[in-house]
Design a protein around this ligand. Structure first.
Ligand code: ZN
Length: 157
């Protein structure tokens, strides 16, 4: 029976650098198997209980995937929908459509730009320090919707 789990986390890369953390903010709430958190973390928290603190290591393949060299493309600078100066590391959407992929400027070579559409965490093994705040069985409604419900019912938890 899938559960709804609430947890705080600190996410680190292999060098120990903190990438992200929920500390000081709202904890994450998710339905097990609902795809709201990365697969490898969901899998490894299946037996975690309320109050438990756990260190979870997730290989890149079970996190944001391996890097795909085919996702790096060379384009003419003049074709990009970006005003002003471009710098390596800049990120932008390739289209005004909100669902358009986000690309990162990997290199600038003359009037051409190398754009990397891989997720910035692709190819990175992740370590989560997790503290389980709560875990309860999912309701029938949550299972039907495929996501966790907050105190107010359907909508952001
Ligand atoms: Zn719902």
């Amino acid at each position: 029976m899938p559960r709804v789990v609430t947890f705080h986390y600190t996410l680190r890369d292999p060098s120990g650098r903190v990438i992200d953390s929920s500390a000081g903010g709202e904890p994450v709430v998710y339905l097990e198997g609902g795809g709201q958190i990365i697969e490898g973390l969901d899998e490894q928290l299946r037996s975690a209980v309320s109050g438990e603190k756990k260190r979870v290591e997730v290989p890149a393949a079970k996190a944001y995937g391996e890097r795909d060299p085919a996702q790096v493309q060379r384009v003419k600078r003049a074709l990009l929908p970006v005003e002003g100066e471009l710098q390596v590391g800049d990120q932008f959407q390739t289209d005004t459509d909100r669902s358009a992929p986000i690309v990162t400027v990997a290199a600038i070579e003359g009037d051409e730009v190398l754009l990397d559409a891989n997720h910035s965490l692709a190819g990175v093994d992740l370590t989560f320090e997790v503290e389980i705040v709560a875990a309860r069985p999912a309701t029938v409604e949550e299972l039907a919707h495929g996501h966790a419900h907050g105190p107010g019912g359907c909508g952001p938890a």
